[in-house]
Design a protein around this ligand. Structure first.
Ligand code: HEM
Length: 239
């Protein structure tokens, strides 16, 4: 018998998530090709030369990267303006941490994922989690902060040879460094995020919810018990 489904994501949330993912992919493809110093080029100098030859040179590549950046930041801003309630719900769920519950959760989860539950003995049960578990929260916190840094430093770099003068050299240099660091931080988290969300079989219902908007009740109860209990008590008090 098929299980009852619970609503997890709105259409606008699903749209902005995949819009964000596509923008990230295109920004990474074009950003990595912008390296022009073979000494620090992370993917080998053949890659930038190849992408530059595809788009007609470094000038066009920079223009494409910057345009994508503005489309990305503009899309996120538009989402916040259209669905402020959804954005605030997301930020609250992500940044409110309960140390007593969430720290043991993340430590135990890491132990279980690396060496299995045996070393934890009778203590292997994970503490209940809310709408997001602590792993999802940590990644989302890094993405929110990282994305703000990426957009702000990107705008400073964009303005560097337009309106900013020589007195802004230190600001621009720091922006370049912070831009790379923030991309690196979010990208490292992204590898784990994609593994947990799309490859790990345990999280398959969560992955499908990013298309359908719904998760089976059993999955919600097992992975997000506090959220599940709240949805149940809210629907109970409405009926
Ligand atoms: C192939 C790429 C991606 C896949 C398969 C993927 C998958 C998912 C899934 C299934 C969820 C829903 C989890 C749930 O609600 O139970 C989710 C949430 C989320 N995704 Fe992605 N995502 C991808 C790319 C990205 C990118 C590029 C970012 C941002 C840099 C991102 C940021 C987030 C955030 C902040 C959340 C909410 C917190 C979390 O669940 O970790 N995702 N993603």
């Amino acid at each position: 018998m098929s299980q009852k489904q619970l609503k997890r994501h709105d259409r606008s949330d699903i749209f902005i998530h995949w819009f964000n993912a596509v923008c990230w992919l295109l920004l990474l493809i074009t950003g990595l090709a912008l390296f022009s110093n073979p000494e620090i080029d992370p993917v080998g100098s053949g890659y930038p030369a190849f992408v530059r030859s595809l788009v007609g040179g470094g000038g066009n590549l920079l223009l494409i990267h910057v345009t994508l950046g503005f489309i990305w930041a503009g899309g996120l801003l538009l989402y916040i303006m259209i669905n402020l309630k959804g954005a605030l719900f997301f930020l609250k769920e992500v940044f409110v941490v309960s140390p007593a519950r969430d720290i043991p959760w993340i430590i135990k989860k890491m132990v279980i994922m690396t060496v299995g539950p045996k070393p934890l003995g009778d203590n292997a049960k994970l503490p209940d989690q809310g709408y997001y578990n602590m792993g999802q929260k940590a990644f989302a916190q890094a993405s929110v902060v990282g994305c703000i840094v990426i957009v702000v430093t990107g705008i400073i770099m964009f303005l560097s040879d337009r309106t900013l003068g020589a007195e802004a050299t230190a600001l621009v240099s720091w922006s370049v460094t912070l831009h790379y660091l923030a991309v690196g931080l979010v990208f490292a988290g992204l590898l784990v995020h994609i593994y947990m969300a799309a490859i790990s079989p345990e999280e398959r219902p969560g992955f499908l919810s990013m298309f359908t908007g719904h998760v089976p009740e059993g999955y919600a109860k097992h992975h997000h018990k506090i959220w599940y209990d709240k949805v149940k008590s809210d629907s109970g008090s409405e009926s």
